[in-house]
Design a protein around this ligand. Structure first.
Ligand code: TTP
Length: 194
């Protein structure tokens, strides 16, 4: 037990350093435990459903292995014109994604799954991100220097490109980084106190 609300131990099943840092800042007693999970999804799902579906798959890997802990998993996708952008496969793919996002608004959806006492509690958050027009030079320089291959949509809002090219966002900032902390906090308290 730790933090203002004294929650049980949390297992953050995520290799993402940004998620680990955010959950640390929430002041939880947590540890990181990782498992390989297949991130494929049924094609007919809507973007919001995809993020939640993958988050749930990540949590399912812990079913039956818990002893009162809370498992938290998440999945972040970028969505433009109903096209889902995951992580880029290589530099050319990253450049293509950023050219698509340049000068336009897109949605970032993070699905979250909380596994507690055998129940899967799922939700998602959506943020709109407004990019100014990026030049091709900026895009290629960013991709070669920052190698955003571990990031949905090929960019990090917390990096150089986010600081210099995002005009504004509508919604939660931490949701774009990979974990909607305000919603997650409310859900955790609701589950533990009920
Ligand atoms: C859009 C955006 C995404 N991201 C990150 C969040 C996620 O870590 C990543 C999307 O990939 P995910 O598959 O959501 O997560 P992950 O593979 O990094 O970690 P795990 O599955 O173990 O939890 O992109 C940023 O850091 N900044 C951004 O602005």
């Amino acid at each position: 037990m730790k933090g203002i609300h004294q929650l049980p131990q949390i297992i953050l099943a995520s290799k993402s350093p940004r998620r680990q840092e955010l959950i640390r800042l929430l002041d939880f007693d947590f540890k990181v435990v990782l498992k390989e999970v297949d991130e494929s999804y049924p094609e007919e799902l809507k973007p919001e459903e995809v993020a939640v579906y993958i988050a749930e798959q990540k949590a399912k890997a812990y079913d039956g292995e818990l002893n009162g802990e809370i498992v938290v998993t998440a999945d972040t996708i970028v969505c433009i014109d109903d096209q889902i952008l995951g992580k880029p496969e290589d530099a050319a793919h990253a450049v293509e994604m950023l050219q698509l996002l340049s000068g336009r608004v897109h949605r970032v959806i993070t699905g979250v799954c909380i596994l507690y006492k055998g129940e899967y509690n799922k939700f998602f958050d959506v943020s709109e991100v407004f990019f100014r027009k990026l030049t091709d030079e900026e895009i290629t320089a960013y991709v070669s220097q920052y190698k955003p291959f571990d990031k949905a949509g090929a960019y990090g809002i917390q990096e150089w490109i986010g600081l210099t090219a995002i005009e504004r966002i509508n919604g939660s900032y931490t949701n774009v980084v990979g974990l909607p902390t305000e919603k997650l906090y409310q859900q955790l308290i609701r589950l533990v106190k009920q």
